[in-house]
Design a protein around this ligand. Sequence first.
Ligand code: NAP
Length: 289
Amino acid sequence: MSDLRVGFVGLGAMGWPMAGHLKRAGRLVAVANRSAAKAQEFAREQGVAAPATLTELATMCNVIALCVSADADVLAVTREIAASAKVGTVVVDHSTVSSATAQQAQAMMQAAGGDFLDAPVSGGVEGAKNGKLSIMVGGNADTLARVRPVLEAYAARISHMGPSGAGQNTKAVNQVLVAGIAQGVCEGLALGEALGLDPDVLLPTLLSGAAGCWFLDKRGATMLRSEFSGGFKLSLLHKDLKIVRELAQSVGTDSSIIEKSLADYAELMAQGHGDEEISALIRRKRATR
Ligand code: NAP
């Protein structure tokens, strides 16, 4: 596809900076978002269009990237795009949803003469801002080859994992690791705090050894200051882990980290902390006596 005219739908914590990279790469034509004010603000700042409907957006673009919230959003947006898309239009979905949703969305786009790639991302809001996301793609290799220049605007790595749904299955594996690392780091730092260890010495010491990792580096200091804004909302990880639980059950692998994390995040959501970053898990780890 030599003439890539890109639209971006879903301008949240991830989508806003990703769309910004596309604009800087000279590929972004139009944006849309559920709350239209956000799309209008982005359009004003970046000098792109913010059409009133997805139908209009679909007529302006031949590649449409999504980074919306959940399965129902991906299906609703893809349905609307498929109804008005030109033949050959490709939807690239960066949201985290189930592989079944990806396959349903691919069928919708293929019926409309286009295609759909599941292309979930990892690397956090920092990765989106720096344009250094790991993108795990499911779907046709030829379609990926055509739209690869779009993904390159915000990728550190682009991996073709297999047919439709394989990207989302890879992301499910990723989320087990994310949840387990959060359990370990939050529990460890709550213990360090309770023992009165100086965080200014504790954190660099841990980061220099075998326990060093992205989550400790990016969220260690902020969680010890009880700052939980921005980043990855814990309600979104809870949504992801429900998908992961079903997958683990379907193949019979152990799901103890998944279950513990689902219970912890459900409790935090019930206490009104659903919009906080996942490092708010430390609230559940702190001593209660
Ligand atoms: P977010 O900040 O809540 O943003 C979601 C955006 O999508 C919002 O702007 C929302 O609009 C828009 N949206 C939702 N449904 C829509 C629809 N039906 N039509 C149009 N726009 C819609 O979430 P996020 O952190 O950017 O995450 C987005 C996706 O990426 C999720 O699936 C998440 O699991 C995944 N993800 C997140 C991270 C992370 O670190 N944050 C990392 C990797 C993957 P409103 O303004 O109306 O709410």
